[in-house]
Design a binder for this molecule. Structure first.
Ligand SMILES: [Zn+2]
Length: 378
């Protein structure tokens, strides 16, 4: 028992340290561990093709990746160095080119990359990079272990018509899913996002979540695919704010998501905000972080008012929680109750103003995502 607790604490410590390293430490810290200190992890390899064209001092851009990655989670990769021009990241059979931005004397290219929820664990993924620096191209790679992450099961009892769709509803939901996937798979080189993402509704990490990403859902005893977003507690009519700067790419009424807004933040990062009572943005509109884009509601297939917040990275749904700011103060002191969801069969059940909102959705998990290729091969 004690061993398990120590093991759990150790795992959490490792993950927290990795996250801190990615978010907090400056470029130079990684340069030190990549070069002179000689602490390159086993398996990390540099495959110079034209190093002779580059001065030794500038030939080794510093690359930072986490010590481990997890299914359903995204991770940040940072490449920096003098004379860095751009980096093409090759991941999940996609080549994503990010131009470097100038940061002091160095160029920096960063990207968010996803690990699909269904990804096998206990193996090693390979991230390949084509680095343009000082007029030369270097091929680099990093190997990163994919570790196990536990996602609990959640049983819900819901109206059967939301589990077994009629032909018309099925066709509509498929059409909307296809339209959405087109938006999610777009990659634009310009970046508008920054971390952490603003919390779209007031609340805390501890008590503000009614349903986590990745829950393996069982509807009326039938296993379904996982929950593809994060359900945040919020009362009907609470303003919903954009997590980061970006462009509204969808603002529509969808079968499962109800009134929903998608914001493209550039470089393959898209957030979605579902079940709004009212949309306050339109497609093509540029928004700033914190700008109101709609109001909390219970439209679509839900058990009560809440905000379903989704994050898509390079076309794949991942957990937004690690990237969200920790807390956002609320003017309401209404006590939030525990995190379990007791859905019953009361879809679209209104919640009195100021009452704790415990809604979740049966959307975003009814249809499986298409199969993906493994990250970087094996
Ligand atoms: Zn949800």
């Amino acid at each position: 028992m004690m061993n398990k607790i120590i093991c759990l604490i150790w795992k959490r410590t490792i993950w927290t340290a990795a996250a801190l390293a990615v978010f907090v430490l400056p470029c130079v810290a990684f340069a030190a561990s990549d070069g002179a200190a000689g602490t390159s992890a086993p398996g990390n390899a540099l495959e110079p093709k034209s190093r002779e064209a580059v001065a030794p001092e500038t030939a080794l851009p510093a690359v930072s990746v986490p010590d481990a990655i997890y299914p359903g989670q995204a991770f940040l990769v940072r490449v920096c160095g003098k004379g860095l021009e751009s980096v093409s990241f090759i991941w999940l059979a996609k080549t994503l080119t990010v131009p470097a931005r100038v940061d002091g004397a160095e160029g920096v290219s960063e990207i968010l990359l996803p690990v699909p929820y269904e990804e096998k664990t206990g193996r090693t993924a390979i991230l390949r990079m084509r680095v343009m620096a000082n007029g030369a191209i270097m091929n680099m790679k990093r190997t990163i272990p994919i570790r196990y992450k536990k996602y609990p099961e959640q049983s819900l009892s819901v109206d059967s018509r939301f589990v077994k769709l009629n032909k018309k509803d099925l066709e509509r939901s498929k059409r909307e899913r296809a339209e959405t996937l087109t938006v999610l798979n777009a990659f634009t080189p310009e970046r508008f996002w920054s971390l952490p993402f603003q919390r779209s509704v007031p609340g805390t990490l501890r008590s503000g979540v009614s349903s986590h990403f990745g829950l393996r859902r069982v509807f009326n005893g039938e296993p379904r695919s996982h929950h593809r977003g994060l359900d945040l507690r919020a009362s009907q009519g609470t303003p919903i704010r954009a997590c980061a700067d970006g462009t509204v790419v969808i603002a529509a009424d969808h079968f499962f998501s109800g009134n929903v807004v998608y914001i493209d933040h550039g470089q393959g990062v898209v957030t979605m905000y579902a079940h709004m009572s009212r949309i306050a943005a339109e497609p093509g509109q540029k928004v700033k972080a914190g700008e109101i884009i709609g109001y909390v509601g219970d439209t679509g297939r839900v058990t009560g008012p809440h905000l379903h917040l989704g994050l898509s990275v390079q076309g794949i749904s991942v957990d937004v929680l690690p990237f969200l700011e920790k807390d956002r103060p609320s003017s309401s002191r209404a006590k939030r109750r525990g995190a379990s969801v007791n859905a019953g069969s009361g879809e679209n059940r209104p919640v009195a103003s100021g009452a704790p909102a415990t809604g979740t959705d049966i959307s975003h998990s009814a249809a499986s995502e298409p199969a993906r290729s493994a990250p970087g091969g094996n």
